[in-house]
Design a binder for this molecule. Structure first.
Ligand SMILES: NC(=O)c1ccc[n+]([C@@H]2O[C@H](COP(=O)([O-])OP(=O)(O)OC[C@H]3O[C@@H](n4cnc5c(N)ncnc54)[C@H](OP(=O)(O)O)[C@@H]3O)[C@@H](O)[C@H]2O)c1
Length: 275
């Protein structure tokens, strides 16, 4: 199973499906990573906040895959914003992962009330030259936050990881990202497996294509040019979530899924508000 990649603005590429790891601890995540890599995953999403980077690193090593074959994202949350704290934050992530570099380092939340995301980004820019990280990006940034980064700093974020699924389509943010050559990465792409997958539109399309509602959602996301990072600790669903490139939704079907939008995005404006 080969997963397509998208180009990043700095010349690297990112696999369009990655494995989400939130809520799984070190012991739980390590064998999941091994199964995922065996199934064909080449992209893992973690964060300092998930307290599972040791397990993620162990899983990568246990899988036997060469380091350069797998794209690893981690994120630094509020405790690493301002005053060059991101330098120590990245070192700690690498220590926990037991890796020499990460492929993508993200500011986990803008935390605009603290007004430190611009200075934190300037620190990220120095890290991009350090050999410890390839690409730098952001998460949960809105157009106003990105406008400031683009106006006040030098390197453009390659990606913006945001909550995005058929009920929360974020079409304005995705359009902004596309217009600025920023790849949109969807977190909770399956709506955390709750309710969304029961939508009749998704059930009907799943029956049409002999797929599951989750596969239809992931095909919709990838069809829109978005990267998705579904989490599963179930080997069968892990396989299912990357087995999505043998069918194509029509434009009308894509629109019907987008029409499920309720706009009810989760607030992630404080350091305790999300994954
Ligand atoms: N940047 C941020 O602020 C932020 C915030 C939230 C999440 N994230 C990242 O995004 C990742 C994904 O989001 P998420 O973990 O919140 O939720 P998600 O991927 O939308 O949903 C995960 C849930 O869906 C179930 N599931 C997975 N595949 C399925 C399938 N094929 N059919 C039915 N159910 C399925 C899983 O159960 P099983 O394990 O039993 O399969 C799990 O309970 C996270 O793990 C994390 O890496 C980032």
């Amino acid at each position: 199973m080969t997963i397509p990649t998208l180009p990043l603005s700095d010349g690297y590429t990112i696999p369009q499906i990655g494995l989400g790891t939130a809520s799984l601890n070190d012991e739980q995540i390590a064998p999941v990573i091994v199964s995922a890599i065996e199934a064909g995953y080449r992209h893992i999403d973690t964060a300092f906040r998930y307290k599972n980077q040791r397990g993620v690193g162990k899983g990568i090593r246990d899988s036997g895959i060469a380091r350069q074959e797998v794209f690893v994202t981690t994120k630094l949350d509020g405790e690493f914003q301002g005053n060059d704290r991101a330098i120590a934050g990245l070192d700690e992530c690498l220590r926990q992962l037991d890796l020499d570099y990460v492929d993508l380092l993200l500011i986990h939340w803008p935390l605009p009330q603290r007004d430190e995301y611009v200075s934190t980004w300037k620190t990220f820019e120095t890290l991009a030259d350090s050999g410890k990280v390839r690409s730098i990006g952001v998460s949960n940034f809105k157009p106003a936050h990105l406008d400031r980064l683009l106006a006040e700093t030098t390197i453009r974020p390659v990606a913006n990881q945001i909550q995005l699924n058929p009920r929360i389509t974020r079409s304005d943010q995705h359009a902004y990202d596309q217009a600025h050559d920023i790849v949109t990465v969807a977190w909770s792409p399956l709506g955390q497996g709750k309710g969304l997958l029961d939508e009749p539109t998704l059930q009907t399309l799943a029956a049409t294509y002999g797929k599951t509602p989750a596969q239809v959602v992931l095909r919709w996301l990838t069809g829109l040019g978005i990267v998705a990072i579904p989490r599963s600790s179930n080997p069968e669903r892990l396989r299912q979530n990357i087995d999505i490139f043998d069918f194509t939704l029509t434009a009308a079907e894509m629109d019907a899924i987008s029409a499920l939008d309720t706009g009810a995005e989760k607030r992630v404006d404080s350091d305790t508000s999300g994954h």
